[in-house]
Design a protein around this ligand. Structure first.
Ligand code: PLP
Length: 313
């Protein structure tokens, strides 16, 4: 796979995307972000507002899905299937996307104690026609499912080569920042972004998971993709706040205060952690004055609505 495949995939997407999803072909807006801390240290921060792309489909999830959609058309498959937890932004986006594109959808959900009424994310997915199958944690771990040839099976989080290619188009053509910051889960979005950025831009990746082995795996994947050496990547592994989806009073109050001070709403699972890491780096004066930073707001506010009351799982 190489990024050179992108233009053909994008052309087919533009031709076949139904009118209801056409707005997703527009680039996400870039907005300056004002905050006393940034000003004090003379750091210019812009935000790439992937959260504003679409009222339902969460930020980066669209980018990871779009060429999978093309692949399903090419294969003449009529159902998109994938995996996710009970609060998965990915399954939520996939269910909506499939319905709008006139395809069926199938979601394999982690946790056989759950049902389609368990939370608003699953309720939405079911209402958009997603068939939900609830797997025990061990079946889920082993991805114990069988699907027929009519179904395009997409990995958890949309993390496949088409996902990487799609994520590479998330980077705005006009980006000339010194540093780009984004949160990561599977690392798929970060891979695509690194491959598309100019080598002079440093990428800061902020994992939402507590998984020390992830960095080495991710760097290995990057090696397999890159033709020439990419620019630098800094892995900021200390902003996971206990792990994926864990509730932390400090993080929740940071997200709330940041929203009140700047008007930018963040979700506490992904983008809140990335912004916390950026602020920490700025406090520690890692960046020279006059640095230009692009923060990628990956969305996730759909899943955040139930976060205050949810159980850790
Ligand atoms: C899924 C998600 C991510 C993680 O993306 P990966 O490609 O899995 O690294 C980041 N932010 C938000 C809001 C997400 O929903």
């Amino acid at each position: 796979m190489t990024l050179s495949l992108v233009s053909a995939l994008e052309r087919e997407l533009c031709q076949r995307l139904p009118a209801a999803l056409q707005s997703l072909l527009n680039p996400a807006p870039i907005q300056p972000l004002h905050c006393d801390l940034f000003q004090q240290h003379q750091i210019q921060v812009d935000v790439l507002r992937c959260d504003l792309l679409h009222p339902v489909i969460s930020g980066n999830k669209w980018y990871k899905l779009k060429y999978n959609l093309v692949r399903a058309w090419q294969n003449q498959q009529s159902v998109l299937a994938s995996f996710g937890g009970a609060w998965s932004n990915h399954l939520h986006a996939l269910a909506f996307c499939a319905r709008e594109a006139g395809l069926g959808s199938l979601g394999f959900v982690r946790g056989d104690e759950l049902n389609a009424d368990a939370n608003p994310m699953l309720q939405d997915a079911a209402s958009w026609g997603m068939e939900l199958q609830f797997l025990s944690r061990s079946d889920y771990r082993q991805r114990k499912v069988s699907v027929d040839a009519n179904i395009l099976l997409i990995p958890e989080g949309g993390d496949n080569p088409d996902g990487v290619l799609g994520a590479s188009t998330l980077v705005p053509a006009a980006a000339n920042h010194d540093v780009v910051v984004l949160p990561s889960g599977t690392g798929c979005t970060a891979l695509g972004v690194r491959l598309a950025l100019p080598a002079t831009t440093v990428l800061w990746v902020v994992p939402a998971l507590k998984a020390p082995a992830l960095e080495a795996q991710w760097r290995q994947r990057l090696q397999q993709w890159q033709k020439e050496p990419c620019g630098e990547v800094r892995w900021l592994g200390n902003a996971h706040f206990g792990g994926y989806g864990k509730k932390s009073a400090e993080l929740l109050s940071f997200v709330q205060n940041f929203g009140e001070n700047t008007g930018l709403l963040l979700d506490p699972v992904y983008s809140g952690k990335a912004m916390w890491a950026l602020c920490q780096q700025i406090c520690q004066q890692t960046l020279p004055p006059a640095s230009r930073v692009l923060f990628i707001h990956t969305g996730g506010l759909q899943g955040a609505r139930g976060f205050q009351s949810r159980q850790n799982s």
